[in-house]
Unconditional design. Structure first.
Length: 186
C-alpha cells in the first residue's frame, strides 16, 4: 500500500534551510511513499472575525491535505529558542473550527525535524511543539530525531542540502517514519 505524507515547512523565507530540508526529505522518501510539500504562505494571522467570515482558502488547502494524508512531517525552524509564530499560527488556523480537529489531526502520525544556524539545531522548537501536538490529538512519532545545527554549513545559498552525512541521516529518518506508519496500518 502506497503511503501519502504531507510535509510543511515553518519558514516563509525563499531560500529557507527548513524548506530545503523538506525538499531533501521529499527526494529521500522510500519506495512506495510520497511526500507532498505544502506551504504556510498565504495563511493570514488568526483572527476570529476573519474566521466568522469563513476559513481562508490557504487554510482549507492545508487542512484537507493533512486530513487526507497518512502522516505529516513538520519541518520547524527555531526562533528565539522557540516555535516560530508564523508556523504556530498556521497550525492554529488548521484547528478551526474546533470540531474539525479530529478530522484533520486526530490520531495522525506526525514527525518533527528542523534546521537552524545555531549550535543546537531545533531542539527547543521541537520540544515546544509537544503540547500543541498533544492537544490536537496527533500521534507524535518518537522513533528518531533530526536537528540540523549550523545549517549555514550544510545548505547552499539557495537553501539546498549539500551535506551527505545529513542527507544520510534524513534518509534513515524518513524511512523509519514511513515504516512505522505502514506497521500501524497492518
Amino acid at each position: 500500500m502506497a503511503l501519502r505524507l504531507v510535509g510543511i515547512s515553518g519558514s516563509l523565507r525563499r531560500h529557507s534551510y527548513n524548506a530545503g530540508l523538506l525538499r531533501a526529505a521529499q527526494a529521500a522518501m522510500p519506495e512506495g511513499t510520497s511526500l507532498a510539500i505544502h506551504s504556510i504562505a498565504g495563511v493570514p494571522l488568526y483572527n476570529a472575525d476573519v474566521e466568522a467570515e469563513g476559513i481562508p482558502d490557504a487554510v482549507t488547502v492545508l487542512k484537507d491535505a493533512v486530513a487526507e494524508a497518512d502522516g505529516v512531517l513538520l519541518v520547524t525552524p527555531e526562533y528565539n529558542n522557540g516555535v516560530p509564530g508564523v508556523f504556530k499560527n498556521a497550525i492554529d488556523w488548521m484547528s478551526r473550527p474546533a470540531s474539525d480537529i479530529p478530522r484533520v489531526f486526530g490520531g495522525k502520525p506526525v514527525a518533527l525535524i528542523g534546521a537552524s544556524p545555531g549550535g543546537f539545531g531545533t531542539i527547543l522548537s521541537q520540544n515546544g511543539w509537544l503540547p500543541t501536538l498533544r492537544t490536537l490529538g496527533t500521534e507524535l512519532w518518537t522513533g528518531g530525531r533530526l536537528m540540523v545545527a549550523k545549517a549555514g554549513a550544510v545548505f547552499d545559498e539557495e537553501g539546498n542540502l549539500v551535506d551527505d552525512a545529513i542527507r544520510e541521516r534524513l534518509t534513515h529518518f524518513v524511512a523509519a517514519f514511513a515504516e512505522s506508519i505502514s506497521e500501524s496500518k497492518k
